[in-house]
Ligand binder design. Structure first.
Ligand code: TYD
Length: 198
């Protein structure tokens, strides 16, 4: 049986990942592929607690990392691996590269996070990093970065962007300039996926 195609979309907040993941999924379906579109954190029990913690107070760094790993273990076992084994296209809006970036920015070693994840999480065929500079990202998410809290957010996003871009030379990585309109970025993504297909 044909093994599926595993596409991961990553990038800092404000890069348009969710919109582009949905558009890419629709385009592949229109071309006759069976597509599973999913995201992390998931809507499962660990992911739900992570999303809730954004409002109720952030977990400790250790608990947060553990919850993301637990969420992903379940996601791989219940959704990702079965879909790939059935020959489907899997498109993820965030995956373990977000853990490298965000929990890396919180003090963990990104290389160690990667090692922990790759013990159970399959490596994607294509990692599409949507990239814009932090000023544009802050503008898009409606923050000018001039309060103390927003200054911290700026530093944090900058560090996350650097960790994402540290992956640019991996054979499976493509960095996509995401500064244009959703249509322009969508066209770049489709071209990249087309070029990357056997
Ligand atoms: P996000 O995709 O922005 O969700 P939403 O669009 O619903 O707000 O993800 C929520 C946050 O989770 C985002 O700030 C990044 C963070 N995150 C991590 O810190 N580590 C991870 O491993 C993942 C997958 C996400």
């Amino acid at each position: 049986m044909q093994r599926g195609l595993f596409i991961v979309i990553e990038g800092i907040d404000g890069t348009g990942k969710s919109t582009q993941a949905r558009r890419l999924a629709e385009w592949l379906v229109a071309h006759g592929r069976e597509v599973v579109l999913s995201r992390e954190p998931t809507d499962g029990p660990w992911g739900a607690q992570l999303r809730a913690s954004a409002a109720t107070g952030r977990l400790s760094p250790e608990d947060e990392l553990r919850y993301f790993l637990n969420d992903r273990r379940q996601h791989v076992a219940e959704t990702i691996s079965p879909a790939l084994a059935a020959g489907k296209v899997v498109i993820l809006d965030r995956y373990y590269f977000s853990t490298m970036a965000y929990q890396g920015a919180r003090g963990f070693d990104p290389a160690e996070i990667r090692r922990l994840n790759e013990q159970f999480a399959p490596v994607p065929d294509l990692l599409l990093i949507l990239d814009i500079d932090v000023n544009m990202a802050l503008q898009r998410i409606g923050s000018r970065g001039d309060s103390a809290n927003a200054f911290e957010q700026r530093e944090n996003l900058q560090r996350c962007r650097e960790i994402f871009l540290s992956l640019k030379d991996e054979p499976f990585t493509r960095v996509i300039d995401s500064s244009g309109t959703p249509d322009e970025v969508g066209a770049r993504l489709r071209q990249t996926v087309q070029d990357g297909q056997p």
